[in-house]
Write a protein that binds this ligand. Sequence first.
Ligand SMILES: Nc1nc2c(ncn2[C@@H]2O[C@H](COP(=O)(O)OP(=O)(O)O)[C@@H](O)[C@H]2O)c(=O)[nH]1
Ligand SMILES: [Mg+2]
Length: 317
Amino acid sequence: MTSTAALASALVAGDRRALARALTLVERGGPDVHSLRHALPHTHSGHVVGITGAPGAGKSTLTTALAHALRAAHLTVGIIAIDPSSPLSGGSLLGDRIRMYDLAGDHGVFIRSMANRGRLGGLAAATTDASFLMGVAGFDVVLLETVGAGQSDVAVADVADTVLLVEAPGMGDEVQSIKAGILEVADVIVVNKSDRPDAQATLHQLQVLVRMNHAADDVWHVPVLGVSALAQLGITELRDALLRHREWLGVHPNTPRQYLRRRNALQRTIEIRVMESIQRNVAWDDAINQLGHSSVNIDMLATNLLTTWQKSHPTFE
Ligand SMILES: Nc1nc2c(ncn2[C@@H]2O[C@H](COP(=O)(O)OP(=O)(O)O)[C@@H](O)[C@H]2O)c(=O)[nH]1
Ligand SMILES: [Mg+2]
């Protein structure tokens, strides 16, 4: 048996050390990821919840509170926290780790923070695989907390069964989400920090906005809830809303939104596989260096590389 096959069966059996090793593998990327994926079951029954929202909105605090509420419902929880990757610090957010510390002794919880280690496809690719691994390892719910900025947040929507958007009181945050296109992909929206008096206004604004966006009766009605992760208010209701969305998906598996997510996920997977193959089969670094010369046209260079790649008869086993 190859080491990948051994790793895969240990993972499916729920071995935590195997899960940790597999997560490191997908964080790095490369051909081992494909052989691992081949060796694993193709589906799992875990519920992947993507948690997105601006930095400081309270995603980490809420993730911790949610994990406790899910455990109270006897569900096991895998947590993936995405670290903003800095080449200087190497990533890890100590504060988030400390806040999650009280969950660490619970065998029904597995916490992993991930950084962008330069893998092709970036964090989006790594978290797609990581949430899949947690599902295969048998966790009932996988909470995937994003950085709260940029491309990886929109990508999380394609990985998740349920997208939870976390807003906080005050003008500006909700406008940001609209601009980033996140409001449209949210399945459940919360206004966190509802212990603050200005939360009510934000809640109303968002409720009106969401009602305007979702008119048809055959679609999921996006709940907009006030919660406080810090004061533990509305967390049970939030948990139940997330679980209800999962049930709803079971009855409505082929909505336009689901179609879009599947299409994006497939497209990204193919992009990554093709790019990996190109980088293996052409003089990639050399090509990048050529771009430094003013005489080199990027479009022609791309054509040359693709032609060279095509002639290399790439295979995708
Ligand atoms: N007042 C109040 N503060 C909160 C609440 N949830 C989180 N915070 C605070 O908001 C700050 C950012 O929280 P964090 O969870 O790190 O946000 P993230 O960047 O979205 O992960 C921290 O100082 C938290 O203590 C809440 O429900 N009420
Ligand atoms: Mg955080």
